[in-house]
Each structure stands twice: as C-alpha cells, then as structure tokens.
Design a protein around this ligand. Sequence first.
Ligand SMILES: Cc1cc2nc3c(=O)[nH]c(=O)nc-3n(C[C@H](O)[C@H](O)[C@H](O)COP(=O)(O)O)c2cc1C
Length: 386
Amino acid sequence: MSGAEPTFDTQWFRRVLGQYPTGVCVVTGMGEDGRPAGLVMGSFTSVSLDPPLVAFLPDKSSSSWPRIAPSGKFCINVLAGDQEDVCRRFASKAPDKFEGYNWRAGRTGSPVLEHVVAWIDCELEVIHETGDHWLVIGRVVELDVERNAPPLLFYQGGYGSFQPLSYVTEDEDLAGQMFYADRSRADMEAIALDTGMQVRALALVRDEIVLVASAGEAPADEPALIGTRVPALPPVGSTWLAHADEQQVAGWLRLADPADHDEHRARLVEVRERGWSVALVGPVYDELTALAVEARERGAENRLATRGREIIPTLPLDPLGYTLEDPAPLLELYAPVFAPDGHVALLLALSGFAPDASHADKQAALDRLLAGARAATEKVGGAPPA
Ligand SMILES: Cc1cc2nc3c(=O)[nH]c(=O)nc-3n(C[C@H](O)[C@H](O)[C@H](O)COP(=O)(O)O)c2cc1C
C-alpha cells in the first residue's frame, strides 16, 4: 500500500478520534473450556438490514476474543447508563470477569448479561484482518430490548449517558386523543355504573391502538393496562378503518396477507353498517395482553412486534355475519366516539361479560354502550356518520 507518511502520532490519533462518542457494549461468548468470556467494545455498529449483519473490531492483543471466536457465536450486550461498573469489569484483565455477575444463555448459548438495555445474539459471519485489529462481522439470529433505560456512552475518555436536548414527544397525536378521552370520561363512568362492567377508551395513534382511559372496576388479577399498545394490524383497528378514507384503508390492508384483503374489506362494510364491533373470547387475547404489558414495562417491543404479527390476524374480531344471537362468549363490545371531522376519535370498549350471558343481556349492554358513545360524541363536538 502506498500513501503519505502520517503527520501525527498515536496519541494525537486517539485525541481526535476521542471527539467522536460511542456507545458501550460487552461482547460475550463461550470458551472451548465451557467458561464464559467477554470484553468491552466501543467499536460496535450495525452493518446490514437484509441480511441482518453487525460488526465490531477487537484488538489483536485481546485475550478474550480468541476464546470466543472458535465457538462461531457471540452476543452483543448494550450497557445502560447505570452500568459503568459492568463496563470496568469487562474492560479489565480480571481472570474471571463473570464472577458474581448474573447472566443467562441466549439462543446461541452466548451470555446475555443482566440489566443490559438490549442484546443482539449472533453467529460469526466473517473475520477480516485490518491493521492491529480484526473486523468481525456477525449475522443476527435473535435480538431484543431488555430494559427501558438510556445507554452508557463513552466520550473523550469519560463515561456519560444520553439526555435528549429537546423532548420530542412521539405522541403528539396522543395528546389529541387524551382530550377526547377526558371529555368522554363522565359517559364512560355512567356506562360502567349502569352495566356493572368495565369501560375502556382506546385510541388509534399512527399504527397502534393505545389504551388511554378506563372506568369501572377491573378484575383483581388484571395487570395495569393503561398505556399499553397493540399494533393495528388487520383485523385490529376495523372500527376506525370502517370510517376512514380509502387511502387509510389501503395503508391498513398493506399490513395484511393479500389473500385476506377481501375478507377485511367485507368486515369494514359490516362494521360501518352495524355501527359497533365485537371481540369473541379466544386464548390469543391473553397472550397479546401479556406481550403488550411486557412491552410497556420493559420496553420489550420486539416480542410484541414479532409474535403480535403472528397472532393478531387470528383474533376472533368482528367475525363476518356476526349477530348478538351468536352463542359464543363475548370478550368485548366496541362503540365509536366520533370526532368533528367524522373520523373515529375513540373507541369505547365494554368488557366483563358472563360466559353464559343471554342474548337479552348482551343487547341491553350494547344499547347502553351505544347510547354512552353517542353522548360522548356530542360532548367532543363530534359528527356521527349521516
Ligand atoms: C469504552 C471502551 C471501549 C472499548 N472498545 C474496544 C474496542 O472497540 N475494541 C477492543 O479491542 N477493545 C476495546 N476496549 C478495550 C477492551 O475492552 C479491553 O482491552 C479488553 O477487555 C481487554 O481484555 P481482554 O484481554 O480480556 O480481551 C474498550 C474499552 C473501553 C473501556
């Protein structure tokens, strides 16, 4: 290789490169002796989305990396702002860096460290030799967000964490929906009182359904659900889309299997004509709820996104041709509260049906729910469809 002689020394190189901040992760793996190995890595980066590749650069003088490499697997553990001690531990030359520290084996068998922000479990794709380092590229086999915490950062030789300059709320749309929920509160309480059941307000915020308010007593064993989100994948969201324009419907349908588009469109027509929606009892709801709670509490959105994609299309939501005479046990009934522009502002969900509720009981509950939703529509200055 040719090139001009450098005009700087290594100290200067470090000094200038130190102006660039990095995140901090620990690369972990299993040694051939069956013991875990790990070292701190600032040079981690994502490389490719399809196929999913990541990379990092271990120093040729590292003693830990040669223990991990032969296994052909490793896990990237992204450290949190409060894990400086973990960073020091894994940047040391201690003979057993894992002593007294909890970890579990990930899918590849590589250690996932306790309390990290996220982990990315990989198989070794290729190693290139480059200067005094190796360039290691890994293929991601599994990854998840473990904890809702800011990351540890390394900058100019010191540690810190991340604080946004301006708090850009992701939920501008949510503020508007909260207004509708607030205005609907009295009607929600009245429905809950009259029926002895639970009423929840659901908002569509971009492509997710968010639970924004609740009235009436929840079952004692139910987790706190306010703030949980579920992706609006068809059939979820049908009540909103039944009153939306074609462009929005097309965007929603793009999330579904094309083979199911006709059925989803037929469902939207039925929901619009009927003026309400229904969810029947089904086992996947429990799993979906558990995933949504986990995602909100731990920031573990990946499992919700991946597993949700599989189970949401199977939800017994607005089955075609449904009438209240259907004996299948009811999970929830939904009635729309309309916004001034004629779109659905909120959905009021009524839950707590007895498994053997009679047709008359269901009808009475539905009538009360619809009357409450009409009253709430008036309070928000909404325009119900003509
Ligand atoms: C913030 C930070 C970033 C680091 N980044 C790297 C890196 O990208 N590559 C590397 O080889 N070592 C890096 N190190 C140093 C290694 O973690 C350290 O040399 C290693 O743990 C030595 O132990 P070993 O001999 O067990 O591998 C970094 C250390 C710190 C504190």
